[in-house]
Design a protein around this ligand. Sequence first.
Ligand code: FES
Length: 185
Amino acid sequence: MLLQEGYRDRFTILELFSQPANHQLPPKRLNNFLLEHLVKKYIERTFVQFYLCGPALFMKMAEFTLKTMGYDPSRIFKENFVIDTPPPPAFMIDAEPKKVTIYMKHNQYQLQVKYPESILQAALKHQVHLPYSCRGGRCSTCTVRLLAGKIKMSINDVLTEKDIEAGLALTCVGYAETDVVLQVE
Ligand code: FES
């Protein structure tokens, strides 16, 4: 509300109540039809960025709607407070152990990682304290730069296509497809 008062000319709050206290108001719950309608009505396409916060299914609905409307995923940001336990990887990569080399704070570590262990799991097991937080591909704390090799991620809610092209990867949901070399930045 303070923001709205301070920036009256360029800040609008829309309030939708599924159970309005004022019975004159029609109940409204944000769904994909309503979201699409509101976005078309209120948002200039050029410089928009979307920040989503709420229950996981709500954010999925909003993200899906925005992507279907043609908005670039790099313009959609989400705030996750509850992290589901990440499901096991839905793919199989060959179960031969892979050599993972990690450069972190002027140190070099080498470990063997064997599918279905993620790189983060293997590192922690070997007392290599890679950074992490959610362990579910949603916060980006565990981001590393891939210097060589291939990593497959089972979930990725934070890195954009550009990030991935630039060599960034998540270790918490990252599985070594080949021997890999990583840099913790
Ligand atoms: S620890 Fe959060 S994305 Fe990996």
